[in-house]
Design a protein around this ligand. Structure first.
Ligand code: ADP
Ligand code: ADP
Ligand code: ZN
Ligand code: ZN
Length: 837
């Protein structure tokens, strides 16, 4: 460490000694409790391991230990952060980016508790129809039996099946499984045999059956029990019954609709529920018209709107309406008026904080799982600021993520609000605008994984200037210039028109091909709606592509999604013939189970397994490549099923993983581990870093080339077997990009990326830019929605969205080469872009 200014008053410092979590190299660091502290370093350098894995984890442990002796017993089983001591640590609140998106089912309104206040407002100060008695706050909640619409149970939508979803191909006969929704295997045959007993012709195409028969099979609620004689025709069955031949068994029939609805509502298996969901469609509830509440609640008005209508407006508009009401209520002196005034003022105060954080375009009803991680974090931040806690340490992960440079100022102000309230602040950031604002900077590095994990600097920002090993320094003190001299000329254009989706209204998109395009605009202007959603949906549909994103297999824990009937509208007008395929490269995990890892995702593990199976000793014992897989029972450890660890469930807390007591983390049976390839067993190979594996497989050109591509992507430090679930979003994205670069796909690919720089240090962004440039050099097209002006300045073409957020945005306000956007007075991005040109 270069400089460590001696703290004037150590009581005001948080002091960490001997931290060794993950890649941290026994580091010690002290940060002030009353300053804006920012932690920097390249992706994988160890910032999160220090900020969240050590400091926050320890604060959390101590806090829970102090509240209950019961919790203490649980914590004896919890991993303790590897650190010698932490002094001066206040209780902490973490606002961390979710790896792989939030799975929460709550809405903006419930997360911020704004919905509670609104319900109170309608209950106490709403205008009721004459003769109706006052309702309780709960009567305005669709989550309570008192408030929910009785028809849709508060869902706002009705989920049901149609003949088309149950029987996707009506040219098939029942024997050919026309009723796709029926259970597979034996149960399906049973249902067919019951129909044979009942005299239904199961060998003619579905469409040729009489309508009454088709309807009965699909929709009947009767569950008749019939004798079943498998393998016989209807005539033979009748004959058998006549002669008193006993049936093989009695089978009970269930209509296809009943079967699907029952499975969706009641099955214990997530896979079964997901399968049932795939045969359902949803439509707006005809009774509440999607407003989710019972009729009475919807009759109560405030400012001329019912609660569903008011809640459906963007936060900005709700604020404006409440401000207007507040002016009038101020003059009232009766009890109702006073109560209303109090609630309205409380609402305005909370809303204002969210508007300042650039979230005014959100709606209360918006599902939390549809928010970007940055929006979600700012929402929680905005709620915290109002909670009036003090003496708390806030640990934040990249709060600027998803923010346009012109919104970042407001964020900084909000963060200062936390400090001014007597709290401490530790912010992990990559955004130079935020870093330059730091009163105290901790730089971790210099590189990722084992080549990082040191504290390079801790002190006031200026002191970083003299730290030669810092990767952050050059970007903060403008020692690195960027900018592409001459933007590439597009070869062709892809034209889309009449795009309608979220806030996009009849947008026309002209996208240059064979170049790199960056889509910019303030938060909520519609970048993701246009790029990540509409473009992807419209083009992949036009290309007849089912799944633009290569997704890992669905896991048993997934919540089944019912196909929403709504999807982006729009047509490709011209240029489609130039494109072979569309590929989305996102930051979603590369696998959802600890069994997936970078080796399995890239396909390199298949080749490694073959190399092991080719070892003479393996051949002698007839061990094929399957023996070296931890997804197949043959060779993996039966106790942990190839995971290497066992999940320990803790009450009320996230479960933790302990090493498998049988294989001690090796994942395989002893006979598999006995097979040696150049002196290493398969578990050794999984423990290698990409750098080591590259060297180890030097004699196998295909494998070595694969690992080399990963090294080029800056992933040389990752261990092959590191579970996919512990990789950061940035790491997952780079693995996907490296896999793409390695494939050398034939034909023109349209690559789409949504905010790919999230979680990336400027040095990582430069590396990413080089990789994207490489894709363009191979002849492909790259389109990304971005806030990073450094990256935008290096693009060939830009589309700037706006002018505002939500309903005030959704248009392409400027398009052209970066130099032209920088000069365009209509663009709010221009001024920020200029600095980088
Ligand atoms: P940063 O926050 O700077 O991007 P991290 O602290 O997340 O870096 O990671 C530092 C190193 O520790 C990386 O090599 C990363 O792959 C590794 N790492 C992070 N989380 C885990 C984990 N749960 N298990 C094993 N290694 C991990
Ligand atoms: P940006 O990417 O520029 O931040 P978005 O495309 O995410 O903007 O959002 C544009 C508008 O569309 C906003 O008003 C936003 O609230 C709305 N929106 C985006 N995604 C959804 C969604 N899944 N459901 C409802 N509204 C959405
Ligand atoms: Zn309803
Ligand atoms: Zn095991």
């Amino acid at each position: 460490m270069k400089t460590q200014p001696s703290a004037s008053n150590p009581a005001d410092m948080i002091c960490v000694r001997g931290a060794r979590e993950h890649n941290l190299k026994n580091v010690s660091v002290s940060v002030p409790r009353d300053k804006f502290v920012v932690m920097t370093g390249v992706s994988g350098s160890g910032k999160s391991s220090l900020a969240f894995g050590t400091i926050y984890a320890e604060a959390q442990r101590r806090y829970l230990e102090s509240v209950s002796p019961y919790a203490r017993r649980l914590f004896n089983q919890m991993p303790v952060p590897v650190v010698d001591a932490i002094e001066g640590l206040p209780p902490a609140v973490a606002l961390q980016q979710q790896r792989g998106g939030s799975s929460s089912r709550s809405s903006v309104g419930s997360l911020t508790t704004l919905s509670n206040l609104l319900r109170m407002l309608y209950s106490r100060a709403g205008t009721y129809p004459a003769g109706m008695s006052r309702l309780e706050a709960e009567d305005f909640s669709s989550n309570t039996p008192m408030g929910a619409c009785p028809r849709c149970h508060g869902l706002g939508r009705i989920y049901d099946v149609t003949e088309k979803t149950l029987v996707p191909d009506d040219t098939l006969s029942i024997r050919q499984r026309a009723v796709a929704a029926w259970p597979t295997a034996w149960q399906g045959q049973n249902l067919r045999d019951i129909l044979i007993t009942r005299g239904v012709n199961v060998d003619i195409p579905w469409k040729d059956l009489p309508k009454a028969t088709r309807d009965w099979i699909l929709y009947t609620k009767e569950t008749p029990t019939e004798p079943v004689y498998p393998g016989r025709t209807h005539e033979q069955v009748l004959e058998a019954i006549k002669h008193g031949v006993p049936a093989d068994y009695n089978g009970t029939f269930t209509g296809a609709r009943q079967y699907v609805l029952n499975t969706f509502a009641k099955s214990q298996s997530a896979k079964m529920r997901a399968r049932a969901a795939s045969f359902m469609v949803s439509s707006v509830c005809p009774e509440c018209h999607g407003q989710k509440l019972k009729a009475e609640a919807l009759q109560v008005m405030f400012a001329g709107r019912n609660i569903a209508e008011l809640s459906a407006l963007p936060l900005k508009n709700i604020t404006a309406i409440l401000q207007e009401q507040s002016q009038q209520l101020k003059k009232q002196t009766d009890a109702t008026g006073l109560a209303a005034y109090g609630i309205v003022e409380a609402l305005i105060e909370r809303l204002q904080t969210l508007l300042e954080l650039g979230l005014g375009y959100l709606q209360l009803s918006r599902g939390v799982q549809t928010l970007s991680p940055g929006e979600y974090q700012r929402l929680r931040l905005g709620t915290q600021i109002r909670s009036n806690l003090f003496g708390v340490l806030y640990v934040l992960d990249e709060p600027s993520s998803g923010l346009h440079p012109c919104d970042t100022q407001a964020l900084l102000k909000a963060l200062h609000g936390l400090l001014d309230g007597g709290n401490s602040l530790l912010v992990v950031e990559h955004n130079c605008q935020v870093i330059r604002h730091a009163e105290w900077l901790v730089d971790v590095g210099p590189d990722a994984g084992e080549k990082g994990g040191e504290i390079l600097y801790s002190g006031p920002l200026d002191g970083l200037k003299s730290v030669s090993r810092s990767r952050t320094r050059p970007y903060i003190f403008d020692e690195i210039t960027c900018g592409q001299a001459v933007p590439l000329k597009p070869k062709e254009w892809l034209c889309l028109k009449n795009i309608n989706w979220n806030n996009l209204r009849n947008v026309t998109l002209d996208l240059p091909l064979g170049v790199m395009t960056v889509v910019t605009g303030i938060s909520g202007s519609g970048k993701s709606s246009l790029t990540g959603q509409a473009l992807v949906s419209i083009v992949s549909k036009a290309l007849g592509q089912k799944e633009p994103v290569e997704q890992p297999d669905a896991d048993d824990n997934d919540i089944p999604e019912v196909a929403e009937s709504a999807e982006p509208e729009g047509q490709v007008v011209s240029g489609l013939q130039n494109i072979r395929r569309l590929v989305v490269v996102d930051q979603k995990p590369i696998g959802r189970t600890p069994r997936s890892n970078l080796a399995t995702y890239t396909g390199l593990f298949d080749q490694i397994r073959q190399a092991f199976a080719a070892v003479p000793q393996a051949k002698k014992q007839k061990m094929d490549a399957g023996w070296f897989s931890f997804n197949v029972a043959k060779g993996r450890c039966p106790r942990c099923e190839g995971v290497g660890s066992i999940e320990v469930e803790l009450l009320f807390l996230p479960s933790v993983y302990a090493p498998c007591p049988e294989c001690h983390g090796a994942r395989y049976k002893p006979e598999v581990l006995a097979i040696m390839l150049n002196g290493r067993d398969i578990a050794d190979v999984l423990n290698m870093s990409v750098d080591e594996a590259h060297e180890f497989f030097a004699d196998s050109p295909n494998i070595a080339h694969g690992f080399d591509t990963l090294r080029q992507g800056g992933l040389g430090y990752l261990r092959l077997g590191q579970p996919a679930t512990t990789l950061s979003g940035g790491e997952a994205q780079r693995i996907k990009l490296a896999t793409e670069l390695q494939k050398k796909r034939a034909g023109h690919i349209l690559y789409v990326l949504d905010e790919p720089t999230t979680g990336l240090h400027p040095a990582d962004v430069d590396r990413l830019t080089r990789q994207l440039r490489q894709l363009v050099a191979q002849g492909h097209t790259v389109v990304l929605a971005e806030h990073d002006m450094r990256l935008a300045a290096q693009s060939d073409w830009m589309l700037d969205m706006g002018p505002g957020a939500g309903d005030e945005g959704g248009q392409i306000v400027a398009s052209g080469i970066p130099a032209d956007i920088a000069k365009n007075p209509a663009s709010r991005t221009g001024p920020f872009l200029r600095e980088y040109l």
